[in-house]
Design a protein. Structure first.
Length: 301
């Protein structure tokens, strides 16, 4: 199927979706496995990716569906993770196909010559890129399926959804999507609790983060200061905040960072206490010590 498509210059796109809430380190390993299939991989965090298979098909000497099954075998055997794989001539078709895979994993490949017949019966909400409100607006005008949407003039769809959104919806319902897969990997980063991120940086496992300031840091106090500044910046909207996520990016090797000698005795004392707490956590576990204000209260018996 896709061997023929590659010979006539037709693009072949794979859309891969991992299980929800997959840890970032496992997601990175999935991306590495994808890079073993094709050099053109576009990460779509937090758990999806696109792969351009056009050149990979000739290299591996097989068809796209088989490559999808190869990927599933590798993710299950090496990572214990199954994936949903959609394959088609465009990003829209491939992404729509992956969403139609039932269960935790599987492969659905749509041949270029079957795109219109395959898309047509799908509910309009199933077309990748159509949001709930757009789908509701289209259904109100009788466009319940992708085939009905494709049969309506683009000008009519533009009047319903807006100029740009309408044009994109009309094109993609017909299987038209000229977007290429753009190689893009995840940056070196860490997304964990503030104290754990600091501990990783101090241990040299990820390296210190670059904070807004004169030098990199891997200390809990600096992360808390960033969080406090974010809260202050919210002003009167602070009451609406339900949580703040801090993400460490632009990480550097801890061994390459020089640290300025500080004359702030209070800060130096806190950093020494931080090192002592790291040693306690290394020996007795991450929950063995921490600020008293966040530890669970236990009544003496």
């Amino acid at each position: 199927m896709h061997k023929d498509a590659s010979r006539v210059g037709q693009s072949v796109v794979m859309h891969v979706c991992c299980p929800d809430r997959l840890p970032e380190d496992v997601y990175r390993e999935v991306l590495e496995l994808l890079a073993g299939l094709s050099p053109v991989v576009q990460a779509l965090p937090p758990g999806c990716a696109l792969v351009d298979l056009k050149g990979a098909l000739h290299y591996h000497g097989t068809d796209a569906a088989h490559l999808g099954e190869m990927l599933r075998v590798r993710t299950v055997s090496r990572l214990g993770v199954d994936v949903r794989v959609g394959i088609g001539p465009t990003i829209t078709v491939a992404a729509t196909a992956s969403a139609q895979v039932e269960g935790t994993g599987g492969v659905l490949a749509v041949a270029p010559r079957r795109v219109a017949d395959w898309l047509g019966p799908l509910p309009v909400r199933a077309l990748h890129g159509i949001g709930p409100r757009q789908a509701a607006a289209l259904r109100d005008y009788g466009m319940h399926s992708v085939g009905r949407l494709a049969a309506v003039s683009p000008a009519t769809v533009q009047r319903l959804l807006g100029r740009r959104a309408g044009r994109l919806a009309a094109d993609r319902a017909r299987g038209v999507d000229p977007r290429p897969v753009v190689p893009q990997t995840l940056p070196a980063s860490a997304a964990v609790r503030a104290d754990r991120a600091g501990r990783r940086g101090r241990a040299g496992r990820r390296g210190p983060w670059r904070r807004p300031g004169p030098e990199p840091s891997a200390h809990d106090q600096d992360l808390r200061a960033v969080a406090y500044r974010l809260m202050d910046a919210a002003g009167l909207q602070r009451a609406r905040l339900t949580g703040i996520a801090l993400r460490a990016e632009d990480l550097v090797d801890a061994g390459r960072v020089t640290e300025q000698i500080s004359l702030d005795t209070t800060r130096e004392s806190r950093l020494m206490a931080e090192q002592a707490m790291d040693r306690v956590r290394d020996r007795f576990g991450p929950a063995s010590i921490g600020p008293a204000a966040v530890l669970p209260f236990r009544r003496a018996s």
